[in-house]
Design a protein around this ligand. Sequence first.
Ligand SMILES: [Zn+2]
Length: 243
Amino acid sequence: MSEQEQNKVAVVIIAHPDDAEFGCAGTVATWIDDGWEVYYVVCTDASGGGPDDATDVGPAARQAVAETRKREQRAAGEVLSLKDVIFLDYPDGQLQPTTELRRDLVRVLRRYRPTRVVFQSPERVWTPMLIIPRHHPDHLAAGQAAIVAIYPASQNAWDFSELLQEGLLPHKVREIYIMGAPSPNHVVDISTTIERKLAALQAHVSQHVNNPAMEEFLRTRSAELGNKYDMAYAEEFHRTEMR
Ligand SMILES: [Zn+2]
């Protein structure tokens, strides 16, 4: 077994607080139960996560929203026993798959050296019943930046050569798990961790004030996915091994 196969470290790259609770927290909890160390990387500063009908959206209000949502994401991390939650602090609602974001993600990948990386699909999925949040431009941008950070940049010393000066050597990610992908090919049974997934979601208190039915929606959705695979609750991904 290679050194990398023994490295039970996973990184979850998301645009906003609570994105991972919807997409992969049940899976993350199964991995943590199996001895993995998991880090969340939130690309934005979460400053745009207040109510859609808010009237005060000035800098002070944005700052207050950002602080609340970061605190809530850290609390969700404690529910799940994450190793850490890292915020890259790009302005919420304006995320782009820039070279700067790619460099920041490569820095994280080279520092924590994960075997597995989870991220949001960079593609829109058109279905009769749209899951609209999957089409959020920040989600698409985070996914696009993540996949190009993983390949080739993280594993190629010639990409972002300045990171070598920080002592960050190239790193090859072994497995990727894409949330909300057009063609899921991998299911994870989360029957033993569904309550932790929902408890982590509940930690995002400010979001529940606006939408108290969110937990019920997520439980039902997880059960519907489980039903497809003869499981009580499930999460599905497009999983790919990088060779
Ligand atoms: Zn989001």
